[in-house]
Design a protein around this ligand. Structure first.
Ligand SMILES: *Cc1c(COP(=O)(O)O)cnc(C)c1O
Length: 386
């Protein structure tokens, strides 16, 4: 049983057919969101809907793949929610947690989104997928394309760390190196689409990566006994995970699985690329692109996000905030998180700890609150940082 009904533009609300391949809303060029018959799902009840599968596919009735033969799974999701006792003690927090996404296939939470996007694309007839990426998204796409038997094409900047490139090549993707930034890779992808019948799975430019990432919200609820934490600190690039979790909380409330309590959502970015932080504090609805973006945290080097208004909306509706931390602080925090909790964090994960310290100093987080840091990937792929 699957409850997917249709797609809806996140900005103008116009509805679209979910049985056809869709990208952005053709009218306003903004993301489409997958919608489900939550009233019917509510009647079925939580216990009947969640399977005992130890992956994110335990929430399969609320994910968009209709025929399970198309699920190209590598065991993604349902990652550990670790109690961070030593780090918590050092910071004076009694309920600090790390959601450790480094255990996902290909070592980052990009696996969640790309697993769903690739599976659903194949279900809708796609044979080859393409992505511009300066980091983890490319490897995840390559892995799921290999698993599903689809052709994979990756456009990466020439200066991307070697492990990211080698991983894609090992997984059978065709890698094109572009002399420039991720935005130049995006342009190269658009050009390639003029002559190739490939499907572009860039973040939020198709509706289903978001669905994969929303499972982090379902997992947080389940792992906390259906009572959401007080604060979630999330390293934000395109914001898919943050938007996805916020969507999951709304869905679960409509399903009757959780009550009214919501975490305050916190966006962390590098001071070298902080368009969301700037827009949040300026009170803007949309973000202006960041010039000369620079940071070691590749996942945070996103100068402009198509889902900017959804990130800002979630931060405001939740009573959350946005924090920028300099690269040296996030790298130092990456090492401290790794040393104290036994999780070799990525620099993006380190950024969440650096932001938490800023928020503690401001009194924005209090000692007894339940705080979750997202370690979004493994530190193993970033040799230049250390
Ligand atoms: C992509 C990425 C991010 C940013 O994720 P979004 O959901 O796109 O904001 C953070 N950390 C890592 C390790 C990433 O690869």
């Amino acid at each position: 049983m699957n409850y997917l009904t249709h797609l809806e533009c996140a900005l103008c609300g116009k509805e679209y057919d979910a049985t056809e391949l869709q990208r952005l809303c053709p009218d306003c060029k903004r993301p489409l969101l997958a919608r489900y018959d939550l009233a019917a799902a509510r009647l079925a009840g939580r216990d009947a809907l969640i399977t005992d599968e130890p992956t994110m596919w335990r929430y399969r009735p609320l994910l968009p793949v209709r025929d399970e033969r198309y699920i190209a799974s590598l065991g993604e999701g349902f990652t550990p929610l670790l109690r961070a006792k030593r780090l918590g003690a050092e910071l004076g927090l009694s309920h600090l947690y790390v959601k450790d996404e480094s255990l996902n296939p290909t070592g980052s939470f990009k696996a969640r989104g790309l697993c769903v996007a690739v599976s659903r694309a194949q279900e809708l007839g796609v044979r080859e997928v393409v992505i511009p990426s300066a980091g983890n998204a490319a490897g995840a796409m390559a892995a799921y394309a290999a698993r599903a038997g689809l052709g994979a094409h990756v456009f990466m900047p020439t200066d991307v760390p070697a492990p990211f490139r080698l991983e894609c090549q090992a997984l059978g993707a065709e890698v094109t190196l572009v002399d420039g930034l991720i935005t130049d890779c995006g342009r190269a992808v658009r050009e390639s689409l003029e002559t190739h019948d490939w499907f572009d799975v860039s973040t939020l430019k198709e509706p289903y990566r978001l669905e994969g990432k929303k499972t982090m919200g379902y997992e947080l609820a389940e792992q906390f006994g259906w009572k959401l934490p007080d604060v979630v600190i999330y390293p934000t690039g395109g914001g898919t995970g943050l938007i996805g979790m916020w969507k999951a909380f709304d869905e679960m409330a409509e399903l009757g699985w959780i009550g009214d309590h919501r975490p305050r959502m916190v966006t962390v970015q590098s001071a070298g690329c902080a368009p969301m932080v700037r827009a949040f504090h300026a009170g803007d609805e949309f973000a202006t692109p960041w010039e000369s973006a620079q940071t070691v945290a590749a996942g945070l080097r996103v100068p402009a996000a198509v889902g900017d208004f959804l990130i800002l909306r979630a931060l405001r509706e939740s009573g959350g905030t946005a924090v920028a931390v300099p690269d040296d602080a996030l790298v130092e925090a990456q090492m401290r998180l790794s040393r104290l909790e036994g999780v070799f964090a990525c620099p993006e994960g380190g950024a969440t700890l650096a932001a938490l310290e800023v928020l503690l100093a401001q009194g924005w987080v209090s000692p007894e609150e339940r705080v979750v840091l997202f370690n979004t990937g493994t530190g193993l792929k970033y040799p230049a940082v250390n």
